[in-house]
Design a protein around this ligand. Structure first.
Ligand SMILES: [Zn+2]
Length: 343
């Protein structure tokens, strides 16, 4: 079977790999769609020093089921949680499974995937049965974006967006765009989107996904923007941490900044802590480990609350993945989400 591997800087190749037999608690999934994530981009751009399989946003069809797997049959359509909380952990037993950030068993976020033979950019993947969430009524392409939609949902819930809040969405990648829709549905009064003008497609989509105004960060410092209320109540931040100071600078008293923007090379940041103190600002972390909210996200897509297909700017194929990804990187002005599809 074929599986794709990456190595920094932005090298990709498709290899023939041998899959081992599944264990009794695992299933074999025939991959139908896999999304290229910002995290994959970080790995490919600088973090992966060795060749590694990649792709954690995927959907497919169950084609083999281990003897101890519950609730799955051959032929089921599934999307895959990247990892799972431990139901026996203190967090889970105290009613906060979301705080169990040390995932149980294998994770599709770390790249120790050799034992599984690969990740989502492959023909088939061995998956723990408990990580499979069944779906119907949405396409495989949409289903592979349920994982990032769960990330967007967590960012919005973490920010506690309320009726009449003015919200700044910093970064209009797929997750920022999904978060706009959810913030609007949560009652946001006005949504400001901040995005570099080099990504024209993202700026255009921001308006389509609920932004009232787009701030072009390379043309105008966010601090100088004439916010109608003089600032914003909430910030949903999906850009690298170095921009946190700029975001905090435009927050109104009592504001909450929800942050999901990992950086392996520049995690330390500087900001005006006096403003945080005096204006009683809150910085809250959002993290998609453990992966949660899949059934709810499937429901929201079915109901049309968030459209996922307009986010797909590049459709790719496993056989031509290196060339397809090169094209995705070359076409930055129109690049939003790249998704591999398999018929
Ligand atoms: Zn992802």
């Amino acid at each position: 079977m074929k599986a794709a591997y990456l190595k920094a800087p932005r090298q990709f190749e498709v290899r023939d790999v041998e899959l081992r037999e599944i264990h009794e608690d695992e299933v074999l999934v025939d991959v139908r769609a896999c999304g290229y994530c910002g995290h994959d981009n970080i790995l490919a751009s600088y973090h992966a020093k060795e060749w590694e399989p990649f792709g954690h946003e995927f959907s497919g069809v169950v084609i083999r089921v281990g003897s101890r797997v519950r609730g799955l049959e051959v032929g089921d359509k599934v999307c895959i949680e990247t990892n799972m909380f431990d139901p026996l952990s203190d967090c889970a037993r105290n009613g906060r499974p979301d705080l169990d950030t040390a995932p149980l068993g294998p994770s599709f976020m770390n790249l120790d995937a050799g034992h599984r033979g690969g990740m989502g950019f492959a023909e088939q993947v061995i998956v723990p049965g408990d990580l499979c969430v069944k779906f119907d009524g949405i396409s495989f392409e949409e289903a592979c974006m349920i994982e990032p939609l769960g990330v967007a949902y967590d960012i919005v819930m973490t920010a506690d967006v309320r009726l009449n809040d003015d919200v700044l969405v910093f970064g209009c990648g797929p997750i920022g765009l999904m978060a706009m829709k959810l913030a609007k549905a949560s009652g946001a009064r006005k949504i400001y989107a901040a995005q570099h003008s080099g990504s024209k497609a993202r700026c255009d989509l921001a308006l389509q996904y609920g932004a009232d105004e787009v701030i072009l960060t390379d043309k105008q410092p966010i601090e100088d923007y004439p916010f109608e209320k003089g600032g914003v109540d909430r910030v949903l931040m999906t850009v690298p941490p170095k921009y946190m100071g700029e975001a905090l600078a435009v927050m109104k008293a009592g504001g909450i900044l929800s942050f999901a923007g990992i950086s392996y090379d520049e995690p330390a940041v500087t900001f005006d802590s006096n403003k945080v103190h005096l204006d009683k600002l809150q910085i809250r972390g959002s993290n998609a480990i453990p992966a949660l909210y899949f059934p709810m996200c499937i429901d929201m897509v079915k109901a049309g609350m968030v459209e996922l297909k307009p986010l797909i700017s590049h459709r790719m194929h496993l056989e031509t993945l290196p060339e397809d990804l090169a094209r995705y990187y070359a076409e930055r002005d129109r690049a939003v989400k790249a998704v591999m599809v398999r018929e």
